[in-house]
Design a protein around this ligand. Structure first.
Ligand code: G4P
Length: 193
């Protein structure tokens, strides 16, 4: 999506060959008008597939996922990474190890928010190694729900996330696909249909 590629070139900062900072418009300060346009494009791509829930992982996925859910007129389910005293019983959990952040956490979902009747679209801001998305898919499968696909704002295509997800039969749609980057240039792969 040219709109997002142009914004990344204008306002993104490459911190290292693997980390892109986009905190002025995506994940610290959020540009809501811009985010709405991105969410509407992901919704357009997946519309008509019987999706009845959008799902994301706290925290940076929430902003785009709200707009996708609003466009599709379905609820948004947010997977938790923090343990919570009021979310103790009747939960589904799976461990996720993040290579990017060098941490592990229990991805947690209250069982009542997902069932075998649900067809889910997963939305997130970044796709890197795909561990968070793979964990979310494990939870969806544990709940016997089905997966329509994954909508991503920024895919770092030089990392293995997309391949890992495609190998599990998951359709990935990313608005911007970074082939390579360093501090003075970013190269994108061609847009997807
Ligand atoms: P992983 O397997 O290496 O952990 O990769 P994954 O795709 O699951 O991404 C892990 C976390 O790192 C995600 O945040 C993702 O948004 C963030 N991330 C990955 N690459 C980049 C990058 O280049 N720039 C920025 N800004 N973030 C990146 P998360 O664990 O879901 O947490 P949150 O930040 O949404 O709270």
């Amino acid at each position: 999506m040219k709109l997002l590629e142009d914004r990344i070139l204008a306002d993104g900062n490459v911190l290292s060959p693997a980390i892109l900072k986009v905190d002025s418009f995506i994940n610290h300060q959020v540009d809501p008008v811009f985010m709405h346009e991105l969410g509407a494009e992901i919704a357009r791509h997946f519309r008509g597939q019987g999706i009845n829930k959008v799902m994301t992982i706290e925290s940076s996925g929430i902003a785009p996922a709200v707009f996708v859910a609003m466009e599709l007129q379905v609820p948004l389910v947010i997977l938790k990474k923090q343990s919570s005293a009021i979310l103790k019983t009747d939960v589904i959990q799976t461990e996720v190890v993040s290579f990017t952040k060098e941490i592990s956490y229990q991805l947690t979902l209250a069982r009542k928010y997902l069932s075998e009747n649900d067809h889910v679209l997963l939305v997130d801001d970044f796709l890197a190694n795909g561990e968070a998305a793979t964990g979310a898919i494990r939870l969806i499968r544990k709940a016997h729900a089905t997966i329509a696909g994954i909508g991503i704002l920024i895919e770092k295509s030089f990392q293995p996330g997309r391949t890992k997800l495609n190998e599990q039969g998951i359709h990935v749609y990313s608005l911007a696909r970074i082939a390579e980057m360093d501090t003075d240039h970013i190269t994108f792969l061609p847009e997807e249909a």
